[in-house]
Design a binder for this molecule. Structure first.
Ligand code: ADP
Ligand code: MG
Length: 712
């Protein structure tokens, strides 16, 4: 029985809302448990209610043993028939139980004498576990069980059993008890006082979608009735779950919008864009800009001319020509007397950009310098000095550009290339980096992992988005084939054919091992082999462990056509641009993700010749690997590839947010709930218009203190 304690009354006196009621009012929560709950981010009773189940178990019915199938999770009840220790490969205790409809064997690898003694013949037992096929009867391995007196009926659970994300020292039973108490506050049940939980979504916003009320949704997801569809719940598609998912997506969206709003409150240098440098640069190019490039250039130009920092994402498939767009933006800053910094995720790509920019910009009298973590000695100090004194108009490099010792004289624009290789958080941290007094530089981020518009509006709601949705004219889609390693010889002859015809090729060696050293070794071995098999082909090797100057020399030779075949590790994944290369061999493509394979393949098909890509796989392929290779064969469209990649690996992995823990949802799932996103965006606008005061508590409810990036 429950009674209010003095402690509880005290808290209630000051808290009329569950978001201000500390977890310590709950029975069983002292300082120690509160500390552990804190690790789960649970401080208030509201937090407990928003600690949502990961999945459910059905313990509402006792299932006849005769109807069990392998894979079922079920409660069974019967009598012990036999218990014996079995000395097989591993010692185990086998307990056969029977309920008249069939029998079942419980198998324990860990057990003690007392436990063993409890399984007397004829004893009543109730257990819950997963059914597996066994040698004689169906089995449960280490089920939860309880010995019972068959004369005294034991009740089953009245609800589906929620399984919560747990942490050390906070077990399922504790979490179930806590959510149970929290629900009683919500319902004022069992003599608990009613404490409000506020629905921050106003009626007029909910009515059109016919959404479940917040209370109802919470009650349902924590304690689904026995007739609830486990399947629907497992997929997260029950209306109660969707109601909460909607609210969670809304909270995320609002937090990013708030960030964007705050950005717009800060000052940035006005870069009006004259007529000089940019147009001279565009005229100097051997091609004309595509319509899409021109449009995106205009969008960027308009942003830069405003006194607030631009925050724009340019999405464009591999080969769509993002670099030229970055150069135009950089020149707009230079024209206005400011510096631009271009940051690439790898040293190799930074080097490529440096060379490209120098070639493009030096003739215009624009000084470009290079700075990366590996820069040393005089080169390094000269670069730092040029950046500090403003002699460097454009600085190209890796994230080393944003380390403490790098000071810019007048930084006006930061360009981040291939942003999918950086996390959202890193991008936001960089935003503050170039701050000078009250002013912040403009920021342009570019990605070749294009995502659908609705998704972009959610994940990148702090950014404006531009899409380069057109490839330069005359590009032919890369033809992709998958060939087994058994036909390696044939593939090598194909490389010879391309090279003797004056084309160039890549041979990419991959390894799943994290060890870069092993990757490099594999590439060295392959290069040595190819040299002996293809004596008439000029072969070069590039990998991450080579000295920067050596790498650069090899890349320059390949670019100049002095090397026919470049053997490489995945360091060439992004940015390398040699239009005469028309053949790419990717070894062991089954080990790579879809987005990465698409990036690699994007190194060919950059000229007017038909290019091909050979996926030289190691059989047998897993089903997932087969799906990935099939996707690559079927499409060259980066949007489609990204979509399939998200289905296969999940959005967090594709967007690079999983590792950093960003965009971690309690209940929403970006892919499953994509259909909600348009409504989320609209609801955000309406909420900001009608009840802006609801925004902060809504964000706090779902993101808690994890919303560090919302506070910058
Ligand atoms: P990505 O978008 O993958 O970064 P790049 O900027 O590397 O693509 O451009 C790919 C290639 O296309 C480069 O060789 C670049 O010079 C060339 N290119 C860019 N824009 C055009 C254009 N409008 N017409 C023809 N070629 C172009
Ligand atoms: Mg690029």
């Amino acid at each position: 029985m429950y009674t209010n304690t003095g402690k509880r009354m005290d808290s209630l006196a000051i808290a009329d809302n569950l978001d201000r009621l500390s977890v310590t009012v709950l029975k069983g929560v002292g300082a120690r448990v509160a500390g552990r709950l804190e690790r789960l981010g649970l401080r208030t009773v509201q937090d407990v209610l928003f600690h949502l189940p990961l999945r459910y178990e059905d313990r509402t019915r006792v299932v006849p043993m005769g109807s069990l199938r392998p894979g079922d999770q079920a409660v069974v009840q019967g009598e012990v028939e036999l218990a014996e220790v079995h000395f097989g490969r591993r010692r185990s205790l086998l307990v056969r139980i029977d309920d008249g409809t069939g029998s079942l064997t419980l198998r324990f690898f860990h057990f003690n004498a007392a436990q063993q003694a409890g399984f007397r013949r004829g004893a009543g037992i109730r257990c819950y576990g997963e059914v597996r096929a066994g040698p004689l009867t169906a089995e449960m391995i280490h089920p939860e069980y309880r010995l019972i007196d068959p004369a005294q009926p034991v009740t089953v659970e009245e609800h589906l059993t929620p399984v919560y994300p747990a942490t050390e020292g906070v077990h399922q039973l504790t979490l179930r008890a806590l959510t149970g108490q929290a629900l009683r506050y919500l319902d004022a049940g069992d003599g608990y006082p009613a404490v409000r939980i506020t629905d921050w979504l106003p009626e007029k916003l909910l009515a059109p979608c016919r959404m479940t009320s917040l209370q109802e949704a919470l009650r349902y997801v924590h304690r689904p009735p026995p007739d609830a569809s486990l399947e629907l719940l497992a997929e997260g598609r029950h209306p109660a779950q969707q109601r909460l998912a909607f609210e969670e997506l809304l909270a995320h969206h609002l937090s990013l919008r708030r960030l964007r709003f705050r950005g717009q409150q800060t000052a940035a240098p006005v870069l009006p864009g004259g007529d000089g440098l940019v147009s001279a640069f565009v005229r100097s190019l051997p091609f004309t800009l595509t319509g899409a490039q021109q449009r995106v250039n205009r969008e960027i130009r308009a942003d830069l001319a405003r006194p607030h920092p631009m925050a724009r994402l340019v999405q464009g498939d591999v080969g769509s020509g993002k670099t030229v767009v970055a150069a135009c933006a950089a020149l707009t800053a230079v024209e206005a007397g400011y510096q631009a910094a271009l940051m690439a995720p790898t040293e190799l790509l930074a080097e490529q950009h440096y060379r490209g920019f120098r070639e493009w910009l030096s003739p215009l009298g624009v000084n470009v310098v290079w700075h990366a973590g590996k820069s040393r000695g005089r080169e390094r100090s000269l670069a730092l000095q040029a950046i500090r004194e403003g002699a460097a108009a454009v600085a190209v490099g890796t994230h080393a550009l944003f380390q403490q010792e790098v000071e810019f004289a007048r930084l006006g624009l930061v360009v981040i290339d291939e942003q999918h290789r950086f996390g959202v958080h890193q991008r936001l941290a960089l935003r503050d980096k170039g701050r000078a007094g009250e002013q912040r530089p403009h920021q342009l981020v570019m990605t070749a992992t294009p995502i659908p518009r609705t998704l972009a509006m959610t994940v990148y709601a702090d950014l404006d988005t531009s899409v380069i949705d057109e490839l330069p004219p005359g590009r032919l889609p890369v033809q992709t084939v998958a060939i087994s390693q058994e036909r390696r010889e044939e593939v090598m002859q194909r490389v010879r054919g391309a090279c003797t015809a004056g084309r160039q090729a890549y041979w990419v060696c991959t390894l799943i091992e994290e060890s870069e050293a092993l990757q490099c070794q594999a590439a060295e071995k392959t290069a040595a082999l190819l040299v002996t098999v293809l004596p008439d082909v000029r072969i070069g090797l590039v990998h991450g462990r080579m000295r920067p100057t050596d790498k650069e020399a090899v890349m320059a030779a390949f670019k100049a056509g002095d090397i026919d075949l470049l053997v490489a590790t995945t360091v060439i994944e992004v940015g390398v641009d040699v239009p005469n290369a028309t053949l790419m061999i990717i070894e062991n493509p089954e080990r790579l993700g879809l987005a990465q394979l698409h990036q690699l393949r994007g190194r060919v098909g950059r000229g007017r010749e038909q290019s091909s890509c050979v996926l030289l796989y190691q059989p047998p392929l897993s089903a997932a690997a087969r799906d990935r290779l099939a996707a690559l064969r079927e499409t060259n469209d980066g949007f489609e590839i990204a979509r399939r990649d998200m289905v296969l690996r999940g959005p967090g992995e594709v967007l690079g947010t999983r590792q950093t823990g960003e965009m971690k949802f309690h209940i929403a799932d970006l892919l499953r709930d994509e259909t909600l996103l348009a409504a989320v965006e609209q609801a955000a606008a309406e909420l900001l218009a009608c009840c802006p005061e609801n925004v902060a508590p809504l964000i706090r409810r779902w993101l808690g203190d994890a919303v560090h990036y919302g506070e910058v």
